[in-house]
Design a protein around this ligand. Structure first.
Ligand code: BES
Ligand code: MN
Ligand code: ZN
Length: 521
């Protein structure tokens, strides 16, 4: 079956090296620029002074301002062994004279996005401590992403001939990068670079899943992808409940949302169990492989973006696998709540009353508020399994974007866990912002006939959804991450983020697990 295997694109090779940037023989040398009070500075203490002076004085003619997200390529000239010099902007220095690690991450990624098709590049950005090495390596790898699975190169008569010769449309990411750092032999620096490779691979795997077409990625094939991702990873076990097992097991949420599709729902548990775990964490992910809205059908315009409605489950799968690859001393179980929300003849109706796993009833007022229904089954199951803390992540509400735009995700939950997630996001460079779960809004999701209704008034839509989920976790330590906007970039590329799935959440969830590993509670 074509969809069972989710392809993994070419992987960029990384090495740390202490070569002088002038001497490194690569197709491209990446150097940073910054904005200063009197113009542009090239951020390097190793390039020849006359070259620096020349670049800085010609900056206006080259169109180089040092601004963030600005990348310029110029011939490297006789003083450099590289062929092309790539200038990537860092903006202004912070007051202490340094650059934020996320600024380095974005500048590295903005540069590697422009290096697709090349074989080799050297990156000479600030990399003089572990945090900088982490940021530069992660950013460079995150920018080196391409999703070319569906490009055959056969889209014109001429291309058909090229395709016969083996040419494909879409360039592969740069094949190999060298990160230039004085710490190239330092053990902690090497660990940082290796960790960055695991993190970037995890983010890319989540992006691949999101970008995969929904006719290829549906609950059954997503479950297969989970098994494939966990294969040969030590201490990871995948179990799958299929549509029949879900129905007989009382998972009324997944069953109800999935019943309008010919492709039945699945609940996939991905458990990583190290020998002596310092903590036990549950991650619950929304995995609607396509959200048509169901009978409360969505308008046609923009509906294609709803292939990304499984980004939460993709982030969870990637995070659990990465935690195992990093040997984190934390037990993590991912719950992937997988269903396709379609308006078939057997679809649930507005007015249906369903019973979630554990027995609470929900009046379905709007079949397009399906995410919270499948998540309710997953959350009850996670709480039942006895974890120290439960995190859930979902492309849950359009209201998330109204509140925070499409670059900042929201986090709600019990106060401590919510703040812990915000701190993890800050450490990882992802943008999250805390949101309240106001007691006063609980009346919004009151049902006239059942325990709770699945939708309420438009105002506070993100909070209504959060309050709905809260009903199913009670007072268990918990946080809910709404990534509706940031999960899918349907605008232009920026920093290390190209179009399509972004893999948002993976880095925050991993940072959360890493923090739990060191400060076991
Ligand atoms: N998957 C959507 C939320 C969404 C919208 C994610 C746009 C990403 C981009 C979710 O299932 C949904 O349809 N939510 C409704 C809820 C409403 C019917 C209460 C919404 O936000 O409009
Ligand atoms: Mn929906
Ligand atoms: Zn949805």
């Amino acid at each position: 079956m074509s969809g069972a295997r989710v392809t993994i694109g070419p992987v960029t090779d990384v090495t740390l090296s202490s070569k002088n940037p002038t001497a490194v023989k690569a197709e491209a040398l990446v150097v940073a620029t910054a904005q200063t009070s009197d113009g542009v500075a090239v951020v390097s203490d190793q390039l020849p002074t006359d070259l620096l002076t020349q670049l800085e004085s010609l900056a206006p003619q080259l169109g180089v301002t040092g601004a963030r997200d600005e990348v310029r390529k110029i011939p490297a000239g006789p003083q450099l062994a590289a062929e092309v010099l790539v200038l990537t902007g860092l903006g202004e220095r912070a007051e202490d004279g340094t650059f934020a690690t996320e600024t380095l991450r974005r500048a590295a990624g903005a540069a590697t996005r422009e290096l697709a098709g090349l074989k080799s590049a050297a990156i000479a950005l600030p990399a003089s401590d572990d945090d900088e090495i982490t940021a530069v390596t992660e950013g460079a790898l995150l920018g080196a992403y391409a999703f070319n699975r569906y490009r055959t190169g056969k889209d014109s008569a001429k291309d058909t001939k090229d395709a016969a010769k083996g040419a494909k449309n879409g360039k592969d990411p740069v094949a190999a990068i060298e990160i230039l750092t004085p710490l190239h032999k330092n053990a902690k620096a090497k660990v940082a670079a290796e960790r960055a490779q695991v993190v970037a691979a995890a983010v890319h795997a989540a992006r691949d899943l999101v970008n995969t077409a929904p006719n290829d990625l549906y609950p059954a094939t997503f479950a297969d992808a989970a098994k494939a991702a966990a294969k040969d990873v030590r201490h990871v076990k995948v179990t799958v409940l299929d549509d029949k097992q879900l129905a007989s097991g009382g998972y009324g949420g997944l069953t109800a949302v999935g019943q309008g599709s010919s492709r039945g729902p699945r609940l996939v548990k991905v458990a990583y169990t190290p020998a002596k775990p310092a903590a036990k964490v549950a991650l619950v992910g929304k995995g609607i492989t396509f959200d048509s809205g169901g009978i409360s059908i969505k308008p046609a315009a923009g509906m294609e973006a709803m292939k990304s409605d499984m980004a939460g489950a993709a982030a969870v799968l990637s995070t659990v696998v990465a935690a195992a690859k990093l040997n984190l001393p934390v037990a993590v179980t991912g719950y992937l709540c997988l269903a396709e929300n379609m308006p078939g003849g057997n679809a649930q109706r507005p007015a249906d009353v369903i019973t979630i796993y554990g027995g609470k009833t929900v009046e379905v007022l709007n079949t397009d508020a399906e995410g919270r229904i499948v998540m309710a089954d997953g959350l009850v199951s996670a709480v039942e399994d006895g974890h120290d803390v439960v995190l859930d992540i979902a492309t849950l509400t359009g209201a998330q974007m109204v509140a925070l735009g499409n670059r900042t995700s929201a986090v709600m939950g019990t106060d401590d866990v919510r703040d812990e997630v915000k701190a993890a996001a800050d450490a990882s460079g992802e943008l999250f912002w805390p949101m309240p779960l106001p007691e006063e809004l609980k009346s919004n999701i009151k049902s006239k006939v059942a325990d709770v209704a699945n939708s309420g008034p438009r105002w506070g839509g993100m909070l209504n959804a959060g309050l709905f989920l809260q009903t199913f976790v009670g007072d268990h330590p918990w946080a809910h991450l709404d990534i509706a906007g940031p999960a899918f970039n349907d605008g232009g590329s920026h920093g290390y983020t190209s179009g399509g799935g972004t893999g948002v959440g993976v880095r925050t969830l991993l940072a959360f697990l890493e923090a739990r590993a060191t400060t076991a509670k």
